[in-house]
Every structure is written in structure tokens, then in C-alpha cells.
Ligand binder design. Sequence first.
Ligand SMILES: [Zn+2]
Length: 258
Amino acid sequence: MKLETMTWPQAEAYFKEHDTVLIALGSTECHGRHMPLGTDWMIPDKILEVLETMTDVLIAPTVPYGNTDYLSVFPGTVSLGPEVTYQVMYRILDGLRKHGARRFVVLNGHGGNNAPLDRLALDMEEKGCILVPVNWWTLVWDLVPDWNGNTPWHSGHGGAEETAAVMAIDPALIDYDAISDSGLKALSDELPFSSLSTIRFKGVDIPVRRFSRDVTDNGWAGNDHPKYATKEWGEQMIQATAEYTADLIRALQKVKLD
Ligand SMILES: [Zn+2]
């Protein structure tokens, strides 16, 4: 049930009986030369499309921008930054709260949104609500360990996992000829980047945040090379995330709130 297709009396009726809202948050950002800039909001948006057939929870419109300052040097990338991402989500959730929403499940498509969502979760708790983010790309590693791509540092950005999920939306969204190695750079001979946000020194990954053009010319990074992506894998991940989230919503609806 999508908020954008409801009338206000229908929304009023929903909030008389229910207090749960689902919303997707993403980012508009570089995902390597081969993937669309909308990857991080189109995947959660697709998961919501599947979820809509499994639950009658109200779905608020997807937020297509987020916090991605470190990728903002790549053409087409637009970042709200951490403060504005927080403020946008705060106003949306607090607006829904005033109509009766208490339980929020945020289907998140982008790691840079985690810090703003953490802060928001505490604010919402103080208002008698609960916010639970679902980071689909790490959730599926716990559901099926093989889907992790054997990446010990969980850094994947624009690799096979996301490429597969975009193929499940529409295989034509991928520029297959543009798939190549990520070409991670180095701070020095001793300090190569091991992901978009880590350098490796003496076998240990150390978090170092730099503007991503210092890190890679391509824009994707991780151990799961996008050449291994398949549409079937993408479909399985989207289906599994939707099923898990539907169950999670049912459990959250039993939580007693003050
Ligand atoms: Zn992404």
C-alpha cells in the first residue's frame, strides 16, 4: 500500500488501525563505470515492490538521495551530506509520526546513511517510536553466507552483489562492456587501499576515509568482481530480503511501545 496512491481519508483510516511505516532510503552516486547512479535507491525500491505483495504495511515514497560526500567527486553523484540526510529523514518520519506512525522500518541501500540513521533512531525512541534499519546488502550475507563474496572486510561497493541486484531490476541497466577491475590506488608503496574506506598495512585493514577519486578511477571496489554477477542471484537476494523484512515487520508489530 503506497502512500502516494492513497487519499488523505485513506491515510487517516490506516493510521487509526496501524502504526507501521516502511520507507526506502538510498543515494544517487557513482557505482563504477558499469552501473547506474541510482543503484542504491533502485534496489531497496525494488525490494519494496516485492514486499508490497507480502504485507499491507504503508509504504512511504523512496528517498533517492543520501550521505555520500566521499563519492561526490564522480560526475552525477549528489550528496546531501550527513546533516541534511538526517534532517530530511527526521522531517519525513516525524511528519508521519504526527499522523500516528510509531514503527519505522527503513530499507537502506547505502552504508553512508548508517550514521544519520543511528542518530535518528535515538530521536525516534525519545518520541515513543522505534526505527529499525534494514541494510539489504549485509543482511543477505547472514541469510546466505556464500553471498558474501568472501570479502572479509565487507567493503563491497559496486561489485558483483549490487550488480546482480540491478540486473534483477533490469539487465539493460548494466553497461557490460564497461566492467573492469576496480583499480584501487595506494597512498604509498607500503599503504595500498583495500577498499573505498580502508588501507591495508601488514595484513590489517585500517579505516581511512578519502575522496574516492584518490582511491579508485573506476568507482567500484571489493573482492566480488562484477563480472560474476547474475540476474538469478540478484532475484534471489531481493526475494530473500523481502521475505525476511516481512517477518521482521510482524515481529516488530508485537513490540510494546510506551
Ligand atoms: Zn551501493
